[in-house]
Design a binder for this molecule. Structure first.
Ligand code: NAP
Ligand code: G4F
Length: 416
């Protein structure tokens, strides 16, 4: 029997183990045979065809994030049973996966990458055939403010996931994808970066992720696990967190175009990134786990742009043509039509060490995985993000305009 995920409002704050044990017991009572036994038969350790013969069950850590939400949609579309790991939050609303909650085949389990026991419980109960470890403290600048926590989750968290797979006897049945990052190249030693380019991590985030990357390789060698790392370059979308530079820009461009914000403050405008579309990149994560042999891949577009270029294009899509004047902290983006300053530099967004020259070579992913790195162009990516944020700001503005009216109605006693 398949259990739908509890809707946010129904979710009980109990451990994954308790929640899933109760569901398994309910299965047993209803079927008379016990679906737990069926699951165990299907995914026994040592079955060489495990990924073919078992029902496909994916566990996604970080399911509430940008990538996790796209990946959950992709896997549900392929007929997977999808388990998303969530942590308890004071706000019981998970915006990016709200549309999936309650859908057949989609389940939520509690767990935290800083808590080994929760991982052993969740991974031991779900017994996934594929585990995508996407959970992380993923903001580079924030990792300078919370370096210890970033290491706890982004380094040791990966070890905990791998150990949970091993301790629950699933090294031969559970394939593991680890979210590695182009930040590993850091203070880059070559451009473009390939799978063979040496790592030079340049932030607490990247140093922690480097541990995660190497421990995955270690478990692959030591225990013969199908455990792989995708070295993903920056990938963005309309679901991107609002403090990453792309989303910060597209939201600000939309707000400025709607007259809801005065100007945008940015840090290093010269920084260069290889930006792709997150929805395309989760396909690659899946492809990596479908291969005969485990291997790491660079996932990138191979095309590089500066923060300044991204900003200019985003403003253009929002109907504002920007001209750049000045240099360094004095540089400004000026609206060509009105002469108004819409972008300024603020050193408060400079990082103690910044990675400034990322550009990936997706050749191996193209030839081995058959993945298309150019499905969504840079221009299309910026356009879709701006379009989404123009709509978002317009609807926020419309509801702002309605609110005073509502208050007026209420004051006059006209309540319908
Ligand atoms: P994101 O939107 O920031 O999502 C991070 C996810 O991790 C959220 O679901 C978050 O849950 C969860 N999480 C954080 N700390 C956790 C903990 N202690 N225990 C359990 N879950 C925790 O990140 P993303 O952009 O989707 O990126 C996914 C992964 O790819 C991350 O590992 C990131 O470092 C890596 N990556 C991203 C990019 C990129 O350009 N997007 C590039 C390379 C690598 P809450 O919702 O509860 O906070
Ligand atoms: O958008 P960002 O914060 O992304 P960053 O640091 O590249 O990290 C993202 O991509 C990594 C893959 O390379 C992931 F591993 C990581 O989890 C995350 O998803 O910053 C991009 C660049 C930086 O050089 C930064 O200094 O933009 C520059 N920047 C300039 N002004 C800014 C700003 N970044 C932010 N967040 N905010 C600014 O105002």
């Amino acid at each position: 029997m398949i259990h739908s995920s509890p809707r946010s409002s129904d979710t009980h704050p109990q451990s994954a183990a308790v929640e899933l044990t109760e569901l398994a017991a309910a299965d047993h009572a209803e079927s008379g045979e016990g679906s737990r036994q069926v699951q165990d038969r299907d995914v026994q350790d040592g079955c060489p065809e495990a990924n073919q013969c078992a029902a496909r069950r994916a566990l996604i850590t970080g399911v509430t994030g940008q990538d996790g939400s796209f990946l959950a949609e992709l896997l549900l579309g392929k007929g997977y049973e999808v388990f998303g790991m969530v942590r308890r939050s004071s706000i019981d609303f998970r915006e990016r996966i709200a549309h999936l909650e309650g859908r057949d085949g989609f389940h939520l389990v509690y767990g935290d990458l800083s808590d080994s026991m929760s991982l052993v419980a969740a991974i031991g109960e779900v017994r996934p055939t594929e585990l995508y470890n996407l959970a992380a403290q993923s903001h580079v600048q924030v990792s300078f403010d919370v370096p210890e926590y970033s290491a706890e989750v982004d380094a040791l968290g990966v070890l905990r996931v791998l150990e949970a797979v091993r301790l629950t006897g699933q090294t031969k049945t559970c394939r593991v994808y680890q979210a590695s990052t182009s930040e590993l190249y850091g203070k880059v030693e070559a451009v473009p970066q390939t799978e063979d380019t040496p790592f030079h991590p340049y932030s607490p985030y990247a140093v922690a992720k480097q541990y995660g990357h190497w421990i995955v390789e270690e478990y692959r060698c030591a225990y013969g696990m199908f455990a792989v790392s995708g070295i993903l370059f920056n990938h963005e979308s309309e679901r991107r967190g609002e403090t990453f530079v792309t989303r910060k820009i597209t939201l600000a461009a939309a707000r400025i175009a709607h007259g809801a914000q005065d100007r945008l403050l940015l840090g290093n405008l010269d920084s260069q990134r290889d930006w792709g579309y997150a929805k395309d990149y989760v396909e690659c994560m899946w492809l990596m786990l479908q291969q005969d042999d485990p291997a790491d891949f660079v996932i990138a577009t191979g095309v590089q742009h500066s923060v300044r270029e991204f900003a200019a294009l985003a403003f253009r899509h929002a109907g504002i043509e920007v001209r750049w004047i000045g240099e360094g902290v004095e540089e400004k983006g000026v609206d060509v039509t009105t002469g108004r300053v819409v972008v300024e530099v603020s050193p408060s967004f400079y990082r103690p060490t910044d990675v400034v020259d990322l550009c990936g070579d997706p050749g191996k992913a193209q030839s081995v995985l058959g993945w298309n790195p150019h499905k969504t162009s840079f221009d299309e990516l910026v356009a879709l993000m701006v379009s989404h944020d123009m709509d978002k700001v317009a609807s926020e503005r419309a509801s702002e305009r309605r609110e005073p009216n509502l208050e007026e109605y209420l004051e006059k006693g006209v309540v319908v």
